[in-house]
Design a protein around this ligand. Sequence first.
Ligand SMILES: [Zn+2]
Length: 382
Amino acid sequence: MSLNIGEIFGVKIKIHYTWLLIFFLITWSLAVGYVPLQFPGLSDATYWIIGIISAISLFVSVLAHELAHSYVALKQGIDVPSITLFFFGGVSQIAEEPKSPNHEAKMAAVGPLSSFAISALFFLLWFVAVTLDLGPFIVAPFSYIALINALLGGFNFLPAFPLDGGRVLRAVLWKWKNNLIVATKLSTKISEAIAYIMIGTGFFMIFAYSLFTGLWIVFIGWFLKSGSEASLKQTLISQALSDIKVKEIMNSQVVSISPTLTIANAVEQYFSNYTHTGFPVTNDGIVQGIITLGDLKKFMEDERQSTLVGDVMTPRKKMIVVSPDEPAVEAILKFSKNNIGRLPVLKEDKLVGIITRSDLMKAIRTRIQTEKILPLEVFENV
Ligand SMILES: [Zn+2]
């Protein structure tokens, strides 16, 4: 659902498709609303060009904010595979939970702080541009960039988890209580309270003041509420699975198929005898690919006699796999990102095991029951 546009500090930059719509909406609302109000008497074309320049500046501002987070994360040795810009903000896909309250506070605070710094800088530039009378092509975007970065910094500084301000708050609580889970639960509660206040205010505004502004506030409140729940779940899961590796919960008795078998034989000897819906394909223990029930269904009965497993399997290059030494949390990410149910575990192309969603769930449940760290219902639909 997103477009790759490049790479900075080794972090992939992606744009979510919704951004394109927002880009148009922002350009449009600037070109027919904000800019003509600020600079009356110019041509429509001028308004649209200023609108486009400003919308691009918003894009760059959001990107700068996210890059600030990523830069600090990378410096702390935390991997950041990608940044996705979407809707009214961006998301840095930060691979793990921060290691300490100080790390988290720094990583979170740097985003709004850079937005405020950009805002201050452009406010100064705007002031110079107005003083030198440089004209609307420069003055308008400068004033817009100053304004939008102040808003961006301000919104993200709300103490509502998982916004940056909420993360700073969580770090403070974490340091105080000396427990990440307790801190996360507390900040989720605070964040929910803020979300409900926003939703309530939004509904009030829909009736009393303006439908559009009201809806917008309800939407942001709802976004905060679901965002904080999701982040709580993510923290709880990664805590439950912390320091568990794939090899500790994988199943090392893997049934695999030879690539030279016909699919008729594969159905008869494997798919009908086991309940699995997919099998790794190996040759002397080296993985060649994976074959699933879905691959077989494409073939009619008579074609199955003459078609080989090796010809229809998903080849090794396209397989999604884990290594035995990877953290189990990594497997969860791969399951949900690719919407698959099982992952072959490979050590240098040699098949050493297989891990399924239910193996992971079992590991989480055992951990919860033995250590009583978390409520069970949190994991009902991982
Ligand atoms: Zn941020």
